[in-house]
Design a protein around this ligand. Structure first.
Ligand code: ATP
Length: 238
């Protein structure tokens, strides 16, 4: 039997200025799984994530988290339900140190000051490499280090559901597992549910339990990563 669903969309349609970017999307994220979402540039992956995290109001359809409809809720409300997002692009302020970025992040989601030290220690246990650059301005860090900071910041709220929008963008494929293996380990240890948008398809499928493919705003395929090992099948879809 499959795991229960933690996040569902039903017939979700959304876009910009009256032009739909996603059309009639119905997808389920189950508990304790990494669901990999792949598709070409412009397929609508980021638009879907924005709707899930309350950054864009859909034109039609619903989003449900743990059985509660959240379609028109704000990002802050959705964070309170245990969801966090690693946005597309590194999203770190270049002039702030990593420590300052973490402080701001915790302030934004309302983590009490007395719990903040413990939260940072927890994140540094998962991503120990960050310890070496905690006091450096983010703008002086490498792309991979900045991505790690962006993931670390999302983890500070101790989410049960993590939405990640191309966390490995701009990195050499060989750095993918350095960045994502600790997150897969955390997910398996603590039972997180992760929706992972990736262009780095081969590497992403290695750490995913299921996959969905989007094309031109539509969901065109759903299945197991092993079914995409066949290159022809993948090329046909992607
Ligand atoms: P990528 O892999 O390049 O990030 P994506 O699959 O995430 O692409 P989206 O960013 O969701 O795709 O874009 C879907 C469509 O919506 C594209 O045609 C894009 O041009 C359009 N779009 C995205 N953001 C906006 C915006 N802010 N205003 C207008 N159109 C937008």
């Amino acid at each position: 039997m499959s795991n229960p669903t933690v996040l569902t969309t039903r017939n979700l349609t959304a876009g910009y200025g009256g032009h739909p970017a996603i059309n009639d999307i119905s997808v389920e994220l189950r508990s304790d799984e990494v669901l990999c979402l792949i598709g070409h540039n412009g397929a609508g992956k980021s638009t879907l994530l924005k709707c899930l995290f309350g950054l864009l109001t859909p034109e039609a359809g619903t989003v449900t988290i743990d059985g509660k409809e959240t379609t028109a809720e704000s990002a802050r409300k959705i964070t309170d339900l245990g969801v966090a997002m690693v946005p597309e692009g590194r999203g770190v302020f270049p002039s702030l140190t990593v420590r300052e970025i973490f402080s701001l992040g915790m302030h934004a989601v309302g983590i009490p000051r007395k719990e903040q030290g413990e939260r940072v220690d927890w994140v540094l246990d998962i991503l120990p490499a960050i310890k070496e650059f905690m006091n450096r301005p983010a703008g002086t860090l490498s792309g991979g280090q900045q991505q790690m900071v962006s993931i670390g910041r999302a983890l500070l709220s101790r989410p049960r559901i993590l939405l990640m929008d191309e966390p490995s963008i701009g990195l050499a494929p060989k750095l993918f597992q350095d960045l994502l293996a600790p997150i897969r380990a955390l997910q398996q240890r603590d039972g997180l549910s992760i929706l992972l948008v990736e262009q780095n398809v081969r590497e992403a499928l290695k750490i995913s339990d299921r996959a969905v493919v989007m094309k031109s705003g539509m969901m065109i395929w759903e299945g197991l990563p092993a079914e995409l090992e066949d290159n022809e099948r993948l090329m046909e879809l992607y």
